[in-house]
Design a protein around this ligand. Structure first.
Ligand code: ZN
Ligand code: ZN
Length: 451
């Protein structure tokens, strides 16, 4: 039976048919997610239902204050909540760095019981890390369908100019008012689309991981994500025009992708090599220029870059590759490679977190043998991916930037990203297969940087 999304009379999202007999442990998401029109006046009722308390800090910036923050604050005050307003004022874009995070930390009072994040990525992540440190629940009032992090348990942040990740809770309540979302700038909408489109790469990589490493794969999560991608493609004009329907399709895609994290307890279904490329590029550009293109924009362009490798591999003849002639990169060489590409601190952290990536010769050869034996299954997975042209056309119709080059990313950064994206996590990907088979270098050398 396939997964169904419906809403109750309060606009609360209900997911049906989540049950699944896959080998993964499943958890039922218990967040209250509301999607609909004119929902902000109902916030006090939603909060009361969840019993979060009455003392809160409402967090916004100048933009989100105008589109929703002011209303959120007033509605809570009028309903008798003891709300403190924190409005970040910045010259340029708000960044979730030590200043921003510290400003919220110092606004939180001993009696504060919960936080209300009115915004998208930066504000939600600022609240998420403070919620974790202060052990407070938080509410998210979304102002843009720009990324899938609303239901995330990790906050990408900036510390001393470097991108870092910190664990934090998922908001207990997420309110997505379609009229508010429609006020988001088109670039933020494009970013959200890019973030969702990348996910079919993640699903294919997960399936390939189940073939090569017997990794448990959840078809229910796979279906949720692939349905999200498909309905985005079907509604791209509605999304571009920011109609109510378009906003609903996009935010549902982003939320549902995030919900798979709640279901299986990891981000396997929502991020793979396309996110690693995106992450690498964001990190390096930030280091070089103090700013980087948005998460979804880099993921979207990275998706178009890595996708052709899948199609090419499906038509590859690997029968002549001799497993006995394959050797893993020597340990010291690999350590140096990781430090050179990801940076000393980043490389060391990744290596410490992913010890499984130092392959023994035996394990490498086992994988090569498996890839050869099961090539037909890998080919079938790739052939089942949505057509590149459909994805390309959707992004083009939206007016999105199609390449990392167009996003202003330096070519050497793109090139290094293609080499080291496979190393960000132990999690298996086609790029690991290519590397293990000795094909990756040729694939990258032949790469079209633009279509
Ligand atoms: Zn993402
Ligand atoms: Zn499952």
């Amino acid at each position: 039976m396939s997964v169904k999304v419906r809403y109750d009379d309060d606009h609360r999202m209900i997911l049906e048919n989540l049950s699944c007999d896959c080998p993964c442990d499943h958890a039922q998401p218990n967040q209250d997610i509301y999607v609909g029109k004119g929902l902000i006046p109902r916030l006090p009722e939603y909060i009361a239902r969840r019993g979060l308390g009455t003392h809160c800090v409402v967090v916004c910036d100048e933009n989100t204050y105008k589109v929703a923050g002011e209303q959120v604050y007033q509605v809570l005050k009028n309903a008798g909540y003891d709300a403190i307003l924190l409005k970040f004022v910045r010259e340029g874009e708000l960044v979730p760095d030590e200043r921003t995070i510290g400003e919220l930390l110092l606004t939180i009072q001993p009696e504060t019981e919960f936080l209300v994040a009115v915004g998208s990525g930066s504000i939600t992540d600022t609240c998420r890390v403070n919620a974790a440190r202060c052990k407070l629940p938080f509410v998210s009032v979304s102002t843009a369908p720009s990324m899938d992090g609303y239901t995330s348990v990790v906050a990408p942040l900036i510390l001393r100019g470097t991108k870092i990740h910190r664990a934090g809770p998922c908001p207990e309540i997420i309110v997505c008012d379609l009229q508010v979302l429609a006020t988001a700038p088109l670039d933020m909408v494009r970013s959200g689309v890019g973030d969702v489109l990348g996910k079919y790469i993640a699903i294919a990589d997960w399936q390939i991981g189940s073939v090569i490493n017997d990794e448990p794969y959840c078809p229910t999560c796979g279906e949720i994500v692939l349905n999200a991608v498909a309905s985005l493609i079907d509604n791209i004009d509605e999304i571009r025009n920011r109609t109510e329907k378009g906003m609903q399709v996009l935010i549902e895609g982003l939320l549902l992708a995030g919900i798979t994290i709640m279901i299986v307890g990891h981000t396997r279904a929502v991020a793979s090599v396309e996110h690693n490329v995106g992450h690498f590029v964001e990190m390096k550009m930030l280091e070089r220029y103090g700013k980087a293109p948005s998460h979804g924009a880099t993921v979207g362009a990275a998706t178009l870059m890595v996708y052709p490798a899948f199609k090419r591999f499906a038509n590859e003849d690997i029968s002549g590759i001799d497993p006995e002639k394959r050797f893993p990169m020597p340990v010291e060489e690999r350590r140096a490679f990781m430090r050179d590409t990801w940076g000393v601190e980043g490389g060391e952290t990744i290596m410490a977190e992913n010890p499984g990536d130092f392959l023994t010769t035996e394990e490498l050869r086992r994988r090569v043998r498996r890839a050869k034996e099961r090539f037909g299954d890998i080919k079938k997975i790739i052939d089942g991916m949505p057509a590149y042209d459909e994805i390309y056309a959707a992004m083009e119709r939206l007016g999105a930037k199609m390449t990392l080059d167009e996003l202003g990313v330096d070519p050497d950064v793109v090139n290094t990203a293609m080499h080291c994206a496979k190393d960000y996590r132990t999690r298996y990907s086609l790029f690991k297969t290519l590397d293990e088979l000795g094909l990756l270098e040729t694939y990258i050398a032949d790469y079209p940087m633009t279509r």
